[in-house]
Design a protein around this ligand. Structure first.
Ligand SMILES: Cc1cc2nc3c(=O)[nH]c(=O)nc-3n(C[C@H](O)[C@H](O)[C@H](O)COP(=O)(O)O)c2cc1C
Length: 385
């Protein structure tokens, strides 16, 4: 209904960058939902920490290297991906657009990149697997106090053919996000007078998402709820939990939320297959180090024993090239794809990935790198502090 044609003058092709998609999403979403996606935690310092660290790092290009034939193809776990990016797990894609989890997964599959489904998605992991056949699907796991529920999710992800389990390790307790309290917003979404008013002011979301859900399966809610209905983060999560999951899940195991080189070393020794250097997009520990600053020590610590991925604030191709130059195998993108799906559904998610892909390709050419393997630390420069 509200899904506009890809080429129309008001469609996603008009978005020239991720910021344009964010602005389109801002106009369409209820404020509480927009802020839930956009903002950070506490004083929201980590958002700026990530951004300024990326901006401080400069590219010192090589020239005259014959970059006419370029390829953005990267390898991860012995398999090719068309771009060195994967879609990060985000709880809310399915509430930004009707069936947003499925549409985002399909966009990722079409672009030849992995898609990560969140524990907190509103679409079941089986349905996403069925709706996005042939894709590289990863399932993100939060450990809750209901350990039997956790085990059953892991088994379900294995049976449904998920390539990887992404265990998020940076959430032993819930983060402090004060704007959500002020907006009367929490996950799963429950209506209250403040939210009803907010929704009424955004009729396109009301008709396109809320009303369609109401007519079908009811208001979007968690597809994988624990027995008691509410997820309770388990602060007792430790390396024994990692070992249990390592033994239980047949596919690849990644740890997401590593910022310390010693934890990266422990992860390599624990036999995990990959780590994601992440501060949760600046949404969790507000005093956290920028991920691009944490990356070099972590890459050195694991010493090629496993691939190191990174996320948080990567919204330009140049951001992604910088991470690759510091040794990242790939970058996870969260909000960038959410803004696409929130504004135009699947074509919007595709547009986000296309924008990032084109920017990566252009920066590679400008930096004198024809292939992903050519991107190395020699192209980076930072003013000595
Ligand atoms: C709205 C939103 C919901 C998120 N939900 C989850 C989640 O369910 N599980 C998880 O591990 N990370 C979650 N994240 C964190 C992302 O996986 C990722 O670390 C972060 O978004 C990367 O930063 P970026 O959004 O700047 O790309 C969420 C992020 C956002 C913005």
């Amino acid at each position: 209904m509200l899904q506009r044609d890809w080429r129309s003058p008001s469609g996603p092709a008009r978005a020239l960058n991720i910021a344009d998609l964010r602005e389109a999403a801002r106009r369409r979403l209820p404020r509480a939902l927009f802020e839930y996606v956009d903002r950070g935690a506490e004083d929201e310092l980590a958002l700026g920490t990530n951004r300024s660290a990326l901006d401080r790092l400069k590219i010192r290009p090589r020239v005259l290297r014959g970059v006419a034939a370029r390829s953005t193809e990267a390898m991860l776990f012995g398999r090719p991906m068309e771009l060195p990016i994967a879609v990060a797990p985000t709880a809310v894609a399915g509430t930004l657009w009707h069936d947003g989890d499925v549409l985002s997964a399909r966009a990722a599959v079409a672009a030849g990149i992995p898609y990560t489904l969140s524990t907190f998605s509103v679409t079941s992991l089986e349905r996403v697997a069925q709706a996005a056949p042939g894709g590289r699907l990863w399932f993100q796991l939060y450990v809750s106090t209901d350990r039997d529920h956790m085990r059953s999710l892991v088994d379900r992800a294995g049976h449904a053919g998920y390539e990887a389990l992404v265990l998020t390790v940076d959430g032993p307790v819930a983060p402090k996000r004060e704007y959500n309290v002020r907006n009367g917003f929490h996950m799963p979404i429950t209506l209250n007078p403040r939210l009803v008013w907010d929704v009424a002011l955004h009729p396109r979301w009301l008709m396109g998402v809320a009303a369609r859900h109401q007519l079908g399966t009811g208001f979007p809610s968690m597809a994988h709820p624990p027995a008691r209905g509410v997820h309770q983060a388990d602060p007792s999560i430790d390396w024994d939990t990692v070992q249990e999951l390592r033994d239980r899940f047949p596919g690849k195991l990644l740890l997401k939320g590593i910022l310390h080189p010693e934890d990266a070393r422990l992860a390599a020794s624990a036999g995990v297959d990959g780590i994601v250097v992440s501060n949760h997009g600046g949404r969790s520990l507000d005093a956290a180090i920028a991920t691009i600053d944490a990356l070099p020590d972590i890459v050195a610590a694991v010493d090629s024993r496993l691939p190191v991925l990174v996320d948080s604030a990567f919204q330009r191709g140049s951001d992604i090239v910088k991470a690759l130059a510091l040794g990242a195998a790939a970058v996870l993108v969260g909000r960038s794809v959410l803004w696409g799906v929130a504004s135009f559904g699947e074509p919007g998610a595709r547009r986000s990935i296309q924008i990032l892909g084109e920017e990566i390709d252009r920066v590679m050419a400008q930096a004198g790198c024809a292939r992903i393997q050519d991107i190395a630390s020699e192209i980076l420069w930072q003013r000595p502090s």
